[in-house]
Design a protein around this ligand. Structure first.
Ligand code: AMP
Ligand code: MN
Ligand code: MN
Ligand code: MN
Length: 285
């Protein structure tokens, strides 16, 4: 790996396992990453580090460079924002406490989501959704979407989200996640790097984006995802510019969840543009 320029490495720093809302267990996910030629990887489950030891051990057995990861749910300006943490101590007490506090709210939210769907005339899929969540405290919208597809209510996940699980729709519930300061603070406190995930997904004005990035940086955030499975090529170009303007490092991740659900396979998103400094610069070479 020593001779490769950092942009040329196949790096995937955003993906999910059965510890949150992915379909593969951590070891199978690592095997898939290795088969796809990934050289540096992080498993970044929503609001949990439960899969970290298994992923790290599998990665070490197969010679892929592993960094610990997590994707923390945040409420900022009324919008849900995701902050990826990388390369931290997964046993750090402050981080574990922050993640537990977020998990506590998920079960009650899931019950309310199920009620909202039933009130709308749909079948009660609470038990089925819970059955898809290997870790009940990580129950989320993806598990409900899988249940509604399995029931034949919609033909694919994207349609379920659009019709039922996004703001203003019957199965959506406004929810208070962690604050930006709690999320970035927990990641930094555990020795990690905080990365703003898929920035193009947030419904913010240009000024809103600017304010978010300012606050994120002031709190100690240092990178944004430029290339992600959630960005179009145009969005990646836009946020490459943003990374340069705000002097933020750039990250790359597939956001892979499951075969047949995710737009990109593990390690299969486009490379980072040359103009940006990769967040993995200095990690593994
Ligand atoms: P939650 O944390 O429970 O609000 O669930 C958020 C998750 O839902 C995201 O991490 C994605 O995995 C999934 N998701 C959100 N929007 C969509 C969409 N349009 N299509 C498929 N999955 C989505
Ligand atoms: Mn997800
Ligand atoms: Mn996300
Ligand atoms: Mn994700």
């Amino acid at each position: 790996m020593a001779s490769l320029y950092p942009h040329d490495l196949n790096v995937d720093l955003h993906m999910h396992s059965t510890a949150s809302d992915g379909a593969l267990d951590p070891a199978d996910l690592v095997a898939r990453a290795v088969a796809n030629g990934v050289q540096i990887m992080a498993l970044t489950d929503h609001d949990t580090v439960a899969g970290q030891a298994a992923a790290r051990e599998a990665a070490q057995r197969s010679g892929v460079h592993y960094v610990h990861g997590v994707e923390i749910s945040v409420t900022w300006g009324g919008e849900t924002i995701h902050v990826v943490g990388l390369d931290f101590d997964p046993n750090h007490t402050g981080l574990l406490e922050t993640l537990s506090a977020i998990q506590v709210g998920r079960l009650g939210r899931a019950r309310a989501m199920a009620r909202g769907l039933v009130d709308h005339g749909l079948p009660d899929v609470f038990d089925q959704a819970m059955g898809y969540a290997q870790n009940p405290t990580l129950i989320g919208r993806t598990h409900f979407a899988r249940a509604l597809v399995a029931q034949g209510i919609c033909s694919d996940m994207n349609t379920v989200f659009q019709r039922f699980l996004t703001p203003g729709k019957p199965g959506y519930l406004a929810h208070q996640w962690a604050s930006l300061s709690q999320a970035v603070g927990a990641i930094r406190g555990a020795g990690g790097v905080a990365v703003l995930a898929h920035p193009a997904r947030y419904r913010l004005s240009a000024i809103g984006h600017w304010a978010l990035l300012d606050e994120f940086k002031a709190l100690g955030g240092s990178a944004i995802e430029v290339v992600t499975g959630s960005h179009t090529e145009k969005e990646a170009r836009r946020f490459q510019q943003v990374a340069v303007e705000h002097q933020l490092h750039a990250s790359r991740g597939s956001d892979f969840h499951a075969v047949g659900e995710s737009r990109f396979d593990v390690g299969a998103v486009p490379p980072l543009p040359d103009a940006t400094r990769p967040v993995w610069h200095g990690w593994a070479h």
